[in-house]
Design a protein around this ligand. Structure first.
Ligand code: G3P
Ligand code: MG
Length: 253
């Protein structure tokens, strides 16, 4: 649309940071993506019990830390007690959960771009998350290095209410793309659609591309299987291991 500034996304984006090579959604995973030459990361954000926005995927601590407990039951000082690196590899011992503010500062310092996924777990408040995360993002990163995505339409609506399309690019996350995608894109003035690559069909991909909507695919780690998707007009692959795509001859831009 007229009031949507252009934004050149790279072809390759590191999922949860460079999560094949560092503990997902940590500052170490952001640094690893940068060190490997990737300019953009996808990170998940949600709120702790005390309202602090943190970079984390699951509703609980168990899978990716040495701790336990639901995020909604933890204050920041408690969540910071857990080691979120050693589960992945010994070399990442003593990594701590990153607040959104810490992640944004690092991304700013490294001149990187962020696809921030508003992760609204069951029963959580999409408005509180948007109201906490969006102003921080707008303050730290410039338009062309920020993108907000979510499976939660409500969280995207709140995000849009805080920043219009000239200020903030929004991406709609789908498991599979519904018939009504065009209406949802226009209602949100969305910049992009983020689709599960395994469920994406050629016809739908081409329609989206022809409509001028950016199309990102998650989470693909096999460049050979992904090859035909580029011809369909897919803009970007979100990968745990984007270096595999580089090795297969896909450059970042
Ligand atoms: O944003 C794309 C992708 O991250 C969505 O799935 O579960 O990895 O957050 P998930
Ligand atoms: Mg995600």
């Amino acid at each position: 649309s007229m009031n949507r500034p252009p934004m050149d996304l790279p072809r390759l984006m590191a999922h949860r940071g460079l999560s094949a090579h560092a503990p997902e959604n940590t500052l170490a995973a952001i640094r690893a993506a940068h060190a490997a030459g990737f300019e953009w990361v996808e990170l998940d954000v949600q709120l702790l019990g005390d309202g602090t926005p943190v970079i984390w995927h699951d509703p609980g601590m168990r899978r990716c830390s040495n701790g336990r407990g639901k995020l909604t039951k933890l204050r920041l000082e408690q969540a910071k007690e857990f080691d979120v690196g050693a589960w992945f590899a010994d070399g990442f011992r003593d990594e701590r959960i990153a607040t959104l503010d810490e992640a944004l500062s690092l991304l700013d310092e490294l001149n990187m771009g962020l696809n921030l996924e508003l992760k609204v777990a069951r029963g959580r408040d999409p408005e509180a998350l948007a109201e906490s995360a969006i102003p921080r993002l707008l303050e730290v990163l410039p338009y062309e290095r920020r993108l907000v995505s979510s499976f939660s339409p409500a969280s995207l609506e709140y995000a849009r209410g805080l920043a219009d399309a000239s200020q903030l690019a929004l991406g709609i996350l789908y498991d599979s793309i519904p018939r009504g995608w065009e209406k949802e894109v226009s209602q949100l003035q969305a910049f992009s659609i983020h689709a599960d690559w395994k469920r994406l069909k050629e016809k739908r991909a081409r329609q989206i591309h022809e409509a001028g909507v950016a199309l990102l695919c998650y989470t693909a780690n096999d460049p050979i299987a992904f090859d035909k998707y580029w011809e369909w007009g897919v803009t970007t692959v979100i990968s745990d291991d984007p270096g595999r795509f580089v090795a297969a001859g896909i450059s970042q831009s």
